[in-house]
Design a protein around this ligand. Structure first.
Ligand SMILES: C[S@@+](CC[C@H](N)C(=O)[O-])C[C@H]1O[C@@H](n2cnc3c(N)ncnc32)[C@H](O)[C@@H]1O
Length: 255
């Protein structure tokens, strides 16, 4: 898909929990669910389930697909500080929209992110941030290319925040081939979190060997958690879906 990303323009939108998201003119979607709330969605659908399900690790590699307004990365910093999680965290995050990243220095973030203002400014300026515990690397370009580079470097990921725009608007980041690359980056315990509960999305993961679960969040709409290992969550019976619905098929790069 050819994206004329330079034509994208963004408009602020207030969400249910009082935090701001943006609307993208190019994708004609908001960067977060307006009805769930931007910060609530980030914490409830991605950060809390991922950290709750992860086994004890000394160092955690996170793939944040895609950076957008940076909520998932910043909510991770907020959460590990709040929960006193004293681990080395490395975040890798692609983002195709360079102008969006530059605009973030003026974005009205929730008060929970106030203490990370310097990190945001450093990311806007240098596209990377590093201290003793935290490393954040932005990749300005297509996420598909970033995945190939991470595979080549033999980097393994523990958590994937799968947070592209919807499969309809952003199809290349939801295909069977895309999830094959995610699998190549995964370990047995890797946790994928996403807001999408669409059958073609779940099929793309399932065909690649991931177990599919309903996300446990109480306050936000049900999404999906996927992992190569078995998790203590309500599983989705994909074999039944395939049996009763001949159209239960993954999205493919070819279409
Ligand atoms: C739903 S938003 C992400 C919201 C973000 N996770 C947050 O918490 O603020 C989707 C993002 O994916 C980016 N994007 C879309 N297609 C992309 C691609 N092929 N490669 C990299 N970024 C892409 C868009 O520019 C947009 O910023």
């Amino acid at each position: 898909m050819n994206l004329d990303i330079e034509k994208n323009s963004i408009t602020p939108v207030i969400t249910k929990d009082g935090t701001f998201t943006m609307h993208s003119s190019l994708f004609d979607e908001c960067y977060h669910s307006v009805t769930d709330g931007a910060l609530s969605e980030s914490l409830q659908k991605h950060i809390i389930p991922a950290f709750s399900l992860l086994p004890e690790l000394e160092e955690i590699n996170i793939l944040d697909i895609c950076f957008g307004l940076g909520y998932n990365t910043l909510a991770t910093l907020y959460y590990i500080k709040k929960e006193k999680i004293d681990k080395k965290i490395n975040i890798f995050s692609p983002e195709i929209d360079k102008a969006l990243i530059e605009s973030l220095k003026d974005f009205e973030y929730p008060k929970e992110f106030e203490e990370f203002k310097d990190i945001i400014l450093k990311l806007v300026e240098d596209k990377r941030y590093k201290d003793d515990k935290i490393s954040i690397e932005l990749y300005i370009g297509d996420a598909r290319d970033m995945l190939k580079q991470l595979i080549e470097k033999e980097i393994k990921i523990d958590i994937v925040y799968q947070d592209a725009f919807s499969p309809k608007k952003n199809p290349t980041l939801w295909t069977q081939e895309y999830f094959a690359d995610i699998k190549a980056l995964s370990k047995k315990h890797t946790i994928i979190t996403t807001y999408s509960s669409a059958t073609p999305v779940r099929m793309g993961m399932y065909i690649n060997g991931f177990n599919i679960y309903k996300s446990p969040s109480l306050d936000v709409r049900v999404g999906t958690i996927a992992s190569l290992s078995e998790l203590p969550l309500e599983s989705v019976d994909m074999e039944h879906k395939i049996k009763v619905n001949p159209n239960a098929k993954a999205l493919r790069d070819s279409n």
